[in-house]
Design a protein around this ligand. Structure first.
Ligand SMILES: *Cc1c(COP(=O)(O)O)cnc(C)c1O
Length: 328
């Protein structure tokens, strides 16, 4: 498969328009005070399924020829990617098989089932569930839909970059959450193609920063997975990574980390100051903008509210104290 390009991002935008919304770019007065520059929030929590992953999944699935659509698609994720694949498949009458490990809680299994997908509970780790998804793809002739390291997925996520720069061409700094790096690879490619001077900053949680560590070491490395509030940013980048690692190396100016406390405070800040419900990963950009490290980011700045899939009880516990630190 060929590398994603600005052209393939434009093509993705046209392809996904029937299902992925063009989300608003909202300015945040409260973050202006914290970051010392105008800050804009890209509202991907307004996508159906509550996260941006719909864009990549829709681009990949809608590119499939009729015969492949008839045979169906498969993936292994209980998170935002799995939900997006199930949702897109159902919308276009395509059969989806989502493989989930025995570790995935029952409520999440049910949530994927509700989206109309066939769920197979298998194996004792994410890796084992992924192996099953690949095996099913082979046996049933289905197409495996990768979560991040794929040109069509990257181009789909890159449409966010086009929309941000259309709505605010003056943007000087983009702060983008990074896990597998599909979101960052697409947005950074779009942004730097349009304005090479734009400053692109990747943000990940301290606890389990696979792309951060891989970039530091100059090659994809594995790191231990530990619990984090930013659960959607968990997981490795694949030791045989083919696209997102190199694209991040080429286009990202720097990678910075946020702590668990900073993520929790950013969730509370977003709730009280912006009336937004964000999951940990969705608040990581805001967390970085409230950190002193952001003081020298040239403005205007944009970051992405990537997702809102957080357990309501857990969310209430995090924001309940109303304490999110007085930062200026
Ligand atoms: C998947 C995801 C990310 C990170 O995207 P990658 O392409 O894996 O780097 C960030 N935030 C949320 C809410 C996500 O679901």
């Amino acid at each position: 498969m060929s590398q994603p390009t600005l052209l393939s991002i434009f093509q993705a935008r046209q392809r996904i328009a029937p299902i992925a919304k063009r989300t608003p770019l909202r300015s945040s007065l409260a973050l202006f005070d914290a970051a010392g520059a105008p800050v804009h929030l890209k509202m991907e929590i307004m996508q159906n399924t509550g996260a941006f992953k719909l864009r990549g999944a829709a681009n990949k699935i809608l590119k499939l020829p009729n015969e492949a659509r008839r045979l169906g698609v498969t993936t292994a994720s209980s998170g935002n990617h799995g939900r997006a694949v199930a949702y897109v498949a159902k919308s276009f009458g395509i059969h989806a098989v989502i493989c989930l490990s025995h570790l995935v809680p029952q409520n999440k299994v049910e949530a994927v089932r509700k989206l109309g997908a066939e769920v197979i509970v298998t194996g004792n780790s994410q890796d084992e569930a992924t192996e099953t998804a690949h095996a099913i793809a082979c046996e049933r002739g289905m197409t495996y839909i990768p979560p991040f390291d794929d040109p069509d997925i990257i181009a789909g996520q890159g449409t966010i970059g086009l929309e941000i720069l259309e709505d605010c061409p003056e943007i000087q700094t983009l702060v983008v959450q990074v896990s597998g790096g599909g979101l960052m690879a697409g947005i950074a490619l779009a942004a730097k193609s349009i304005n090479p001077a734009i400053h692109v900053v990747g943000v990940t949680m301290e606890r389990g920063a696979a792309m951060y560590e891989s970039q530091r070491q100059g090659r994809p490395v594995e790191i231990e997975e530990v619990p984090t509030l930013a659960d959607s940013l968990q997981g490795g980048i694949l030791l045989d990574n083919r696209y997102s690692f190199d694209m991040c190396r080429k286009h990202v100016d720097r990678f910075l980390l946020v702590s668990e406390v900073e993520i929790a405070e950013a969730m509370a800040f977003a709730f009280y100051e912006e009336k937004l419900v964000l999951e940990g990963a969705g608040a990581a950009g805001i967390a970085l903008l409230r950190n002193p490290a952001a003081a020298d980011f040239p403005g205007p700045v944009a970051t992405i509210c990537t997702g809102n899939n957080v357990d309501s009880g857990a969310f209430l516990k995090i924001v309940g104290s109303g304490n999110y630190g007085a930062k200026t």
